[in-house]
Design a protein around this ligand. Structure first.
Ligand code: NAP
Length: 248
């Protein structure tokens, strides 16, 4: 992985933060994308540099919904590092609502961050770099709820299922260009996205999970590292689900 260049969207918190950190430690050039959480993004950079002063990090504020901001981010990464090898489309939001309470604005907002956000970053990187280079790995973070659906998360489940569809179709289209596209569909991972769940909820969830624990950010990061590396060079169009056996 040494000196590969990677963009991780939504890297200020949670899963994206861990992924960015891991790639920085592997010697990659890492673009840490954030939107609202500038202090957390700066803190991540400081944390990485304190552990490895030679780490190659760029912070970039861009809202993945906004194509102009995404294009500027991609241009800046190429200008600084010369190329982009790996994209991790991780930015996302949660929403817990009864279906009948979901507004059209909620639907559009979830679509814009999840589906359009992944579309924007992926298309920009393909056009500006990967297709010309005939090389790349695109990793989309979906969810088990995109595979099996979740009550009170219809909007989220809908968009995460769309991410799986996009992944599979794009893998077929981009295979001849030597660009791989895969999805990771995590189960319940301990991040602020699940901060609405109290201790009792978490204990109840644990009981439903065959491996009897809530997932950690590294459970997702480890799969992303594999999919980014040449060790997965024959894997494309796949959905890998670190979920402790919750969904088999
Ligand atoms: P998190 O801790 O809430 O972090 C979400 C990240 O997304 C933040 O860094 C946030 O950045 C970023 N983000 C949100 N909207 C954005 C936008 N418009 N543009 C750029 N960045 C944006 O969530 P997480 O648990 O790490 O989730 C990461 C991904 O994993 C999401 O796609 C989520 O759906 C998926 N996932 C999570 C779980 C789980 O149980 N945690 C399970 C399955 C899948 P700012 O704060 O800087 O705006």
């Amino acid at each position: 992985m040494n000196k590969k260049t990677i963009i991780v969207t939504g890297a200020s918190h949670g899963i994206g933060r861990k992924i960015a950190k891991e790639f920085a430690h592997l010697g990659c050039n890492v673009c840490i994308n954030y939107n609202n959480s500038k202090p957390q993004a700066i803190n991540l950079k400081e944390e990485i540099i304190s552990e490895n002063k030679n780490a190659s990090i760029m912070l970039y504020k861009a809202d993945v919904k906004n194509r102009a901001e995404v294009d500027e981010m991609v241009d800046t990464v190429i200008k600084n590092f010369g190329k982009i090898d790996v994209v991790v489309n991780n930015a996302g939001i949660a929403e817990y609502k009864l279906f009948i309470d979901i507004t059209y604005e909620d639907l559009l907002n979830m679509f814009n961050i999840t589906v359009a956000g992944t579309f924007n970053v992926t298309q920009s990187v393909l056009k500006k770099c990967m297709i010309r280079n005939k090389s790349g790995s695109i990793i989309n973070i979906s969810s088990i709820w995109g595979m099996v659906g979740s009550s009170c998360e219809v909007n989220y489940s809908t968009m995460k299922a769309a991410i799986i569809g996009m992944t599979k179709a794009l893998a077929k289209e981009l295979g001849p260009s030597n660009i791989r596209v895969n999805a990771v569909a995590p189960g319940v991972i301990d991040t602020k996205m699940n901060s609405n769940l109290n201790h009792e909820d978490m204990e109840n969830l644990k009981e439903e999970i065959p491996l009897n624990r809530i997932g950690k950010v590294e459970d997702v990061a480890n799969i992303v590292k594999f999919l980014a590396s040449d060790e997965s060079s024959y894997i494309t169009g796949q959905v890998i689900s670190p979920n402790g056996g919750l969904v088999i």
